[in-house]
Design a binder for this molecule. Structure first.
Ligand code: FPP
Length: 243
């Protein structure tokens, strides 16, 4: 199990999770369709991943598509799916060159086969990279993840592999999509909304939160650096009191 309560030596966050919100409003303000905002948002991802390398943020997890996002119009959903396919094709080389290791979390069953193949290939191609760990949440929902994890856990109980009496706080995380990742230290949401929208519910129990007004396509590496520095000044007590 990774040490989930570890911060980098510089006092900055080891793992930052981001809810990239505000693409639609950004596009709307320019009189353009929502997908224009999503394309602009995709461009920001590269800049922020690069900044992680500089800031010693070892893990970054981004919320690209939620289990609830299927309720959007068919045009937007299929536009987003084709954006994800394009992003993977276009960014594979840059990510590999930067030593980024990419993983996907979320339920793949509703995703189309060409997208799943691209995801599998990108995960395989970057498997031995030792740089920043980029995790992309695609068709992800925190409650859905816990439900799927519980199903697998129950199967292990039914088959006799797991003793119900041994189940404690350390057990469920081993069944979550994020099992190889440390818990997020800092969760950032852009666009002025102060809610977590079903993102990393279990994992963020002790995370610090930053809600910023900036719309995701305007979110820069310097704002990201400022939030990471601010995190370094926080006093995290994990429920204890200061000695
Ligand atoms: C929320 O903005 C954003 C999304 C649902 C999609 C996030 C996707 C990207 C940033 C695109 C690229 C990502 C990758 C990994 C290529 P919103 O549409 O809810 O904005 P609004 O609240 O202003 O309507």
């Amino acid at each position: 199990m990774p040490d989930t309560r570890h911060s980098s030596g510089l006092g900055g966050p080891t793992h930052v999770a981001i809810i990239m919100d505000g693409n639609g409003r950004w596009a709307q303000a320019r009189g353009r369709p929502r997908l224009f905002g999503h394309h602009a948002g995709a461009k920001r991802v590269r800049e922020i991943v690069e900044a992680c390398g500089v800031l010693d943020v070892k893990y970054i997890t981004i919320f690209a598509f939620s289990t609830e996002n299927w309720k959007r119009t068919q045009v937007e959903v299929s536009g987003l799916m084709s954006l994800f396919r394009r992003y993977i094709r276009k960014e594979t080389r840059a990510l590999t060159n930067q030593g980024v290791r990419v993983r996907f979390i979320g339920d793949r069953v509703r995703l189309d086969r060409p997208l799943i193949n691209l995801m599998d290939t990108l995960e395989k191609e970057t498997e031995f990279n030792a740089g920043v760990n980029l995790t992309i949440a695609l068709n992800y929902g925190g409650r859905d993840e816990v439900a799927r994890a519980t199903q697998r856990l129950a199967e292990d109980v039914a088959s006799g592999k797991l003793d119900p009496a041994s189940i404690d706080e350390e057990t469920l995380p081993r069944y979550l999509d994020t099992r190889v990742l440390p818990d997020p230290d800092l969760v950032i949401r852009t666009s002025g909304e102060a809610r977590i929208s079903n993102f990393l519910l279990w994992q963020s129990a002790y995370a610090e939160y930053e809600f910023v007004d900036t719309l995701w396509p305007d979110f820069t590496a310097s704002e990201f650096a400022r939030l990471c520095q601010k995190y370094g000044q926080r006093d995290r007590r994990f429920g204890t009191v200061k000695a």
